[in-house]
Design a protein. Structure first.
Lengths: 361, 326
């Protein structure tokens, strides 16, 4: 029985908001190809994100949750994962998902109101986004347990927000992962807002990372807008888990520059001046400054990347808009492995009204 | 062949699947060395190891959530919730995730898991230990809800539940755990899910029951037989999806129907059966259908439990009433 312990939470930042690199940064964290890959993936995420919002505003997409300003987190995490690892994302994690292989078309199809958008061609084993906040941590814990029991060198990663750490599901799943020492990494995108509820009304703790301490899990804080530190921290945690070192929680400090979703209006509850100030610390411009200074990135490359991203997004939008809805049968076809005989009447009833969109369409 | 109690039959079924399917594992509170609070997993951790019979922290939501993650990654977890009243923390995981993972990924990820829990009252247990939440589970699309009524059915239905490719809630009537023994052949033969069983044939009245109430219904049928009333008794067994054909066939034959349900009356599963009989069996009925249920009150503690639970006398009274009607 322990009586009286103390703990500390370390904070990592290699790249300052001005784009200056800390001289202590490990060499492997700043390899040019790695950084260029992170940069391109973040730019791609932002290009997609902006277009999705525009589609929603013009009535061509349902509600969408923007990741504006938080691109470094998902991109860094996915870049540190292997394809056979498992991601259990929240609804704001398309940055990670796009890098894992989910297509823009799939994500648009999902937010457009079609379940096929979660039937990713790649990766087949990742969870779909989790809408009930915090519950995905338990799924990742279970997946990690499955990997450990089978002796597979795979890691499960869950991403959630700051508000998610207020849920019992978050804590009880992390506690379970700590008990079992499973290969799990939990990433908290602390973007300071749970819809309109600010970080200080979510928890009185000095950090969210220290919540891991109460689960017997290592917790650390990272500047989530510093793609270099974020990638490094994710890699260390994932490789530790893969080597049998157990779970880690990473609190990634960021800021939600956009609304909670397109159904939200953040001007109702927060000062635009603060948002402008936080925008100056966003991850893409920060990394670009550093890449420019190192001579790794030119104006010409920037123009080409912007063009490539815009073209890819346009192609995805065209494919999405050309996707016809499923027929009524899809509601029934995937409920069980085989539709129970007792549901045959309901299926037939739906079929009778199907050609008119359910009856009155 | 062995004479087994219901809880022993559950144990045999779990052991059989652990032995024959390496993907099966058990998880729950106190299920390891202790063998579970009702001893359903007695000896299984010693036999199959702590990696396959896993003691969990005391967190029902996390157990259910972890089982979903395991199932999606190819395992077949069988989780135990200690008492039915403690299922509620796991409801979010069951309703929002387990029941719809296949549908929301269009079959890409599936959830072949079983949630086992004791169900119902009748053993003078403490508060929150005697709930009957089957209707709210049966109301959830994507879940199967199974309630056995005997050792042999517990064995065969649990095998079927574990082998089913979708999530199954398996509610074990607490009052039957050790009430009687029955010959059970431990041969790995599963019983069909989605099927009602005719437990007793009769001409005059159809009694429909499940779980612990089946035995009250059978006792009422014995008692009524002495008055010359011949009851057919149906064991629903799988509430969802419901085999209404077996019930309707019986009502067509008898013309009378009495539904017995331990849970509170309003919006209980008996109401669904009554609606089906009204929709599709109305012209067979010689008398209005009756329900004998728990009252719409909070499940009482031990001393008033007998006042709440449907009794043989209440069931027999309802049957006589339908007989008098026509």
């Amino acid at each position: 029985m322990n009586a009286g312990v103390s703990f500390r939470i370390d904070f990592f930042r290699f790249l300052s908001a001005e784009g200056d690199l800390d001289p202590s940064t490990p060499a492997e964290a700043i390899e040019p190809e790695l950084l260029l890959g992170l940069y391109r993936a973040m730019a791609r995420t932002r290009a997609y994100d902006g277009k999705a919002i525009a589609l929603q505003r013009t009535g061509k997409l349902g509600t969408f949750a923007s990741s504006l300003g938080q691109e470094a987190i998902g991109v860094a995490v996915a870049s540190a994962m292997r394809s056979e690892d498992m991601l259990a994302p929240s609804y704001r994690d398309h940055g990670a998902q796009l890098l894992r292989g989910m297509t823009m078309v799939e994500n648009l199809v999902y937010w457009g109101g079609d379940e096929r958008g979660s039937d990713y061609a790649v990766p087949r084993h990742d969870f779909p986004i989790c809408v009930p906040v915090g519950t995905q941590v338990a799924h990742a814990t279970g997946a990690a347990c499955a990997f450990k029991l089978r002796g597979e060198k795979r890691v499960a990663v869950a991403i959630l927000g700051d508000g998610g750490t207020s849920t019992g599901d978050f804590y009880s799943a992390l506690n379970m992962a700590g008990c079992w020492g499973v290969p799990l990494v939990v990433v908290v995108n602390n973007n300071q807002w749970a819809i309109s509820t600010p970080r200080e009304l979510e928890s009185a703790t000095a950090t969210l990372a220290q919540k891991a301490v109460a689960a017997g899990v290592e917790g650390r804080q990272v500047d989530g807008n510093d793609a270099i530190a974020m990638r490094h921290a994710a890699r260390l945690a994932i490789e530790k888990a893969r080597a049998g070192g157990g779970p880690t929680l990473i609190e990634a400090l960021s800021y939600r520059l956009g609304d909670h979703t397109t159904a939200d209006d953040a001007t109702r509850y927060r000062d635009p001046e603060i948002v402008r100030r936080e925008a100056a610390k966003e991850p893409i411009g920060r990394l670009r400054k550093y890449l420019n200074a190192r001579g790794l990135w030119s104006e010409e490359q920037e123009r080409r990347l912007a063009n490539d991203c815009a073209e890819e997004v346009e192609r995805a939008v065209a494919a999405y808009l050309a996707t016809p809805p499923e027929t009524f049968a899809a509601m029934f076809d995937h409920l069980f492995a085989r539709l129970p005989e007792s549901m045959r009447d309901q299926y037939e009833e739906a079929r009778r009204f199907a050609s008119k969109g359910g009856g009155d369409g | 062949m062995a004479e087994l109690t219901l809880v022993e039959a559950v144990n045999r079924a779990l052991a059989h699947e652990l032995e024959h399917d390496p993907a099966v594992l058990l998880l729950g509170e106190d299920i390891g060395v202790n063998g579970g609070v009702f001893r359903a997993t007695l000896g299984l951790q010693q036999r199959f190891g702590a990696a396959r019979v896993v003691d969990t922290p005391l967190a029902e939501a996390a157990i259910a959530g972890a089982a979903i993650g395991m199932a999606a990654m190819g395992l077949k977890p069988v989780m135990e919730i200690q008492f039915s009243g403690f299922i509620y923390p796991a409801m979010d995981q069951l309703i929002n995730h387990a029941s719809r993972l296949r549908n929301r990924t269009r079959g890409r990820l599936t959830c072949p898991m079983v949630l086992r829990a004791p169900n119902g009252g009748g053993i003078h247990a403490p508060e929150h230990h005697s709930e009957s939440p089957e209707a709210m589970l049966a109301h959830t699309p994507g879940l199967r809800v199974v309630i056995p009524s005997s050792p042999a059915r517990a064995y065969g239905l649990l095998l079927a539940a574990i082998r089913d490719p979708d999530p199954v809630v398996f509610l074990e009537p607490t009052r039957l755990y050790r009430l009687f023994k029955q010959d059970v052949v431990d041969d790995g033969e599963a019983l069909p899910l989605d099927t009602c069983f005719v437990s007793r044939e009769g001409r005059d009245v159809t009694l429909v029951a499940w779980g612990g109430m089946l035995h009250e219904a059978l006792a009422a049928a014995d008692s009524l037989a002495q008055e010359g009333v011949d009851c057919e008794v149906i064991d629903v067994a799988t509430l969802k999806p419901l085999d209404s054909e077996t019930i309707l066939r019986s009502v067509e034959k008898t013309g009378r129907c009495v539904i017995v349900q331990e849970a509170a009356r309003t919006a209980g599963f008996g109401a669904e059966i009554a609606a089906i009989v009204a929709e599709r069996g109305l012209y067979s009925l010689l008398a209005p259908l009756e329900r004998v249920c728990g009252y719409d009150v909070v499940m009482p503690l031990a001393r008033l439990e007998g006042q709440y639970l449907p009794s043989v006398a209440r069931i027999a009274g309802a049957v006589r009433h339908t007989m008098e009607a026509a």
